[in-house]
Design a protein around this ligand. Structure first.
Ligand SMILES: Cc1ncc(COP(=O)(O)O)c(C=O)c1O
Length: 469
């Protein structure tokens, strides 16, 4: 049997002999040199054969037994486990990256015009590294126990305080759950509210990933048109009065940018109250509103406990944190905490503590103020450059959000243009896929956060060429 795996022991090596014997037998089994069912020598015989103490072989055998690679059958000896010797199936690469239509690159710096990501050159690298190092040390020194699945209390307290100031929401930290971004909040809400099989309103146009997420969660998505005042509640009632959920971007409609008008907010809340439906407010930009001061959140108006408010640090700090939060009405707090504990616990403490410190020490507000100024300046620069490139003013819309919309004639292949633009390092987003149904508007959404002033004129000219002038 030593021939089968040609074990050679290195008595000078730092690796203990028992570990070498274990590795020799394990490799022989994994590589198929020792077949399933093959009998191994007793540990006494092998010890004599190798010239080592019996205890040394016994330790190696016991570990192999623990790993279920060999089985000890008492007087019948020790054998290779039947399934152990079967070679593992080859690991095949997965078909492609997830949702390739939405994410073109998981590793590189943001492209020019890329939407949904903050400015690479605005990220507070030095300060953030310091806070992260500090919180990593704190987390390393923490007791090795399960943390609160709702998220670290310091972060939940900071979120509740910041929401009161910036978004007009009065809530206790116990109503706040830290999640893996908005996506994590949506998954948690769909599960905890038990919405599978129900209908959900989504704004039309609306964020395509949200539509997909709702469908994956088993909901039937009903597109509800938006107009200049936001989601058309009356149209929603006509299309699906009994929907269990309405998903809205009340602060700045994604992607068209207008806030949900006050009257519409009241209509939506009244519908939810009468139908015992839920409203999930996707506050993806929080107070990152480039014109004036952001309106209070829809949740601030909710007197009936029907609104769940989801926020994210993806736009305000970085999507790489994968950190967001969900604020639930008091009556749902316990259920959500229970579901979070078993299905979606908050993530690693170190990042949560770094964000809590960032907020508590005033950096967050300062950073947001700086980013608002930077993004507003970049948006103005982009609009000026588009006009200078000769694009008609009526096609350029800077109505809200962190993107400028460039309208294209009906039926234009905006998706094809966006795909071709990638070849030039530009990542405009096509407008038509944000619509679930015809009629769809066509155009390009140009993120303002990562434009490059020096090549802006050339980039706008390139866009013009790609869109056929
Ligand atoms: C409308 C909308 N909601 C939410 C998000 C953010 O999701 P997450 O927090 O999962 O990064 C985005 C990001 O682009 C968005 O555009």
């Amino acid at each position: 049997m030593t021939d089968a795996f040609q074990m050679s022991l290195d008595r000078q090596a730092a690796l203990p002999l028992a570990v070498q014997i274990h590795a020799g037998i394990r490799d022989a089994i994994r590589e198929g040199r020792l077949a399933g069912g093959a009998r191994l020598p007793s540990w006494r015989d092998l010890a004599a054969q190798l010239g080592v103490a019996r205890g040394t072989v016994r330790v190696a055998y016991e570990r192999l037994i623990d790993e279920q690679l060999i089985v000890s059958a008492g007087p019948a000896g020790t054998r290779v486990a039947e399934r152990a010797a079967q070679p593992a199936p080859p690991i095949r690469p997965t078909r492609s990256a997830p949702l390739a239509a939405f994410f073109h690159d998981f590793d590189g710096a943001p492209f020019v015009f890329q939407m949904g990501v903050p400015a690479q050159d605005g990220f507070p690298y030095t300060l953030w590294s310091r806070l992260l190092a500090r919180s990593a040390r704190t987390a390393a020194a923490a007791p090795v126990v399960y943390p609160d699945p709702r998220g670290h209390p310091d972060l939940r307290r900071e979120i509740a305080a910041s929401l009161a100031l910036a978004r007009g929401i009065r809530c206790a930290p116990d109503q706040v759950l830290v999640t893996a971004g908005f996506s994590g909040a949506l998954g948690l809400a769909a599960r905890a509210l038990g919405l599978s099989g129900a209908a959900a309103w989504q704004e039309e146009p609306g964020f395509p990933l949200t539509r997909l997420a709702l469908e994956h969660a088993g909901l039937r998505v009903v597109p509800v048109p938006v107009d200049g005042a936001g989601i058309d509640v009356a149209a929603g009632i006509r299309r699906a009065p009994g929907a269990a959920l309405a998903l809205v971007t009340a602060g700045q409609q994604a992607p068209l940018g207008m806030p949900l008008a006050h009257g519409r907010r009241l209509d939506l809340l009244a519908w939810a109250r009468h139908n015992e439906a839920w409203i999930l407010e996707d506050d993806y930009l929080s107070e990152l509103q480039l014109k004036g001061r952001a309106a209070p959140a829809l949740a601030a108006l909710d007197g009936d406990g029907r609104v769940l408010h989801a926020g994210t640090f993806s736009k305000t700090i970085s999507p790489a944190l994968r950190l967001g939060f969900l604020v639930v009405p008091p009556g749902l707090a316990q259920r959500f905490a229970d579901i979070a504990a078993c299905l979606a616990p908050a993530s690693a403490i170190a990042t949560q503590l770094a964000v809590a410190g960032f907020m508590a020490e005033g950096h967050y507000l300062r950073h947001l103020r700086r980013m608002k100024r930077l993004y507003a300046a970049r948006r103005d620069m982009l609009v000026a450059a588009l006009l200078k490139a000769g694009i008609e003013p009526g096609r350029i819309h800077a109505t809200g959000g962190l993107a400028v919309r460039l309208d294209l004639p009906d039926g234009t292949d905006d998706l094809g243009i966006a795909t071709r633009a990638l070849g030039f390092g530009l990542a405009p987003v096509a407008l038509s896929p944000w619509y679930a149904e015809a009629p769809k508007r066509h155009g390009l959404l140009l993120g303002v956060t990562n434009i490059n002033e020096k090549r802006l004129a050339a980039d706008c000219q390139r866009l013009l060429d790609l869109t056929g002038g």
